[in-house]
Design a binder for this molecule. Structure first.
Ligand SMILES: C[S@@+](CC[C@H](N)C(=O)[O-])C[C@H]1O[C@@H](n2cnc3c(N)ncnc32)[C@H](O)[C@@H]1O
Length: 214
């Protein structure tokens, strides 16, 4: 199963003309492949660099990530944090989060990234922080709930990114789509109709929705 909508050749060409991954991220990708059951969930070189670039452009003070996995995207997003800034990342899986902690230490990011283990729907309401940037990348079925839970915690002019919104292209035919693709389509519709948000859906990897709170 691939999460990519572009051909392998195009992807390789794009990666060739994208700045190289830092060695710790290359290594984290390898270890994720060796030590986890679903390594395809990791963002990877190209998307990781896009997340890093967006974070550098936004220069956030506070970032929330929903869906840590082994920490690849968290490390990329943390690269644009303001001095003294912080990224909080939530995941239910304590085992994969351990690999994330290992690489947070290798990258000396322990003061910048906090990993919280638990159900995102329970943890988000306990966070009393105004976020500049939120990255939604957990269970698809809850994307719309995550949006509702975070939108009031996002600064005006802040951003919400959502991954996998094209769900391998399955959003195009809802008669054959499974529950995850249907949930992604519902999220896209919801964001598109929300007058508080301005959005662009990029066909990067599995589709990423970039939404700015007006
Ligand atoms: C696609 S992976 C995240 C990939 C990561 N952001 C990256 O780019 O490398 C999705 C993660 O969401 C986590 N997850 C699923 N349901 C969750 C929930 N209800 N609350 C918090 N995390 C959840 C899974 O354990 C999994 O590690």
């Amino acid at each position: 199963m691939t999460h990519r909508l572009t051909s392998e050749e195009i992807n390789q060409y794009c990666e060739k003309y994208t700045s190289v991954e830092r060695p710790e991220l290359y290594d984290l990708n390898r270890q994720t492949n060796l030590r986890t059951e679903l390594p395809v969930m990791l963002s990877g070189h190209l998307q990781g660099k896009v997340l890093s670039m967006l974070s550098h452009m936004i220069q956030p003070k506070y970032i929330l990530e929903i869906g840590t996995f082994t920490g690849y995207s968290a490390i990329c997003l943390s690269e644009g944090l303001q001095p003294g800034g912080k990224l909080i990342t939530i995941d239910t899986n304590a085992e994969t989060s351990e690999l994330c902690m290992e690489y947070i230490h290798k990258c000396h990011l322990q003061d910048k990234i906090e990993v919280v283990i638990g159900q995102a729907t329970e943890i988000i309401p306990t966070l009393d922080i105004e976020f500049d940037l939120v990255f939604i990348d957990a269970d698809k079925i809850n994307y719309s709930n995550y949006f509702d839970l975070v939108v009031d915690k996002v600064k005006s002019g802040g951003y919400i990114l959502a991954d996998n919104v094209l769900y391998h292209g399955d959003v195009l035919d809802l008669t054959k789509a499974g529950k995850n693709a249907k949930a992604m389509h519902a999220y896209n519709e919801k964001i598109n109709q929300d007058i508080r948000m301005e959005s662009v859906l990029l066909p990067l990897r599995d589709g990423i929705m970039i939404s700015r709170k007006k």
